[in-house]
Design a protein around this ligand. Structure first.
Ligand SMILES: [Zn+2]
Length: 238
């Protein structure tokens, strides 16, 4: 399995790696900072540069390992490549993903509405929550609360924790541990807020900004129903 470097540090924009193998237009590296599509967050794009060529990375998917689909010359196994992320796209994804953590927490805190799905893009995002119907006032309140959290510029950090310990010590519904497959024994916990009294704590393998101030303002743009018990809330960032 490719070492997924963004899990340890999601602020890195370029890196060196070695090609392990290629399958037609797909390249497997020993290590990579490219985020593969997952958890509602789209894959990164960018380039792989190497002696004798440069290829665009157009898709990144994780199955048994991480596959980088390239457009251009394909480097051979053993080649050293320099990966460069499209940082505008990735940083937008990190901002929207972090905002989604805040929105999930606010909906759970204030409406007992659990997040059941989410999808983000570089310029907008949506979140589905178990709730009959949010009113205009509800949405205005949610937006105001989110902007308080942005103004507070809360730190965002992550660490790993044994699943058994996490299940004993953390709120499993809130951290969403109960949704993870049994095979996952070590969790990556993402915390927002004061280390002694975090505002939110979730098990998550996505990429996040370092502090909520980077979200630069949240606008809740609307809601639609996804059935009698599910609401879809859409938002954009400043
Ligand atoms: Zn996350």
């Amino acid at each position: 399995m490719t070492e997924q470097l963004y899990l340890a540090d999601s602020s890195v924009r370029s890196f060196e790696a070695t090609v392990e193998r290629t399958l037609n237009d797909r390249v497997v590296l020993d290590r990579s900072h490219f985020y593969p599509t997952g958890g509602g967050q789209p894959h990164d794009t960018g380039t792989l540069a190497f002696d004798g060529g440069e290829a665009a990375v157009t898709d990144v998917a994780k199955t048994d390992t991480v596959y980088h689909t390239v457009d251009g010359p394909t480097p051979e196994a053993g080649t050293t490549v320099r990966g460069e992320l499209d940082w505008e796209r990735r940083s937008a994804h990190m901002r929207y993903h972090t905002a989604q953590h805040l929105l999930s927490a606010v909906l759970l805190d204030e409406f007992d509405a659990e997040t059941v799905g989410n999808q983000l893009y570089a310029d907008r995002a949506r979140l589905d929550a178990s709730y009959p119907k949010f009113s205009e006032t509800d949405l205005a309140d949610v937006e105001a609360r989110l902007n308080e959290l942005v103004d507070d510029d809360l730190p965002v950090r992550h660490y790993t924790m044994e699943r058994e310990r996490a299940e004993a010590e953390l709120d499993t519904q809130r951290t969403r541990i109960d949704l993870l497959p049994d095979s996952i024994a070590e969790l990556r916990i993402v915390e927002v807020g004061d280390p002694d009294d975090p505002f939110d704590r979730t098990a998550c393998a996505g990429t996040h900004v370092a502090a909520t101030g980077e979200l630069d303002g949240v606008e809740v743009t609307g809601r639609t129903t996804q059935g009698s018990e599910t609401e879809r809330v859409t938002f954009t960032l400043g």
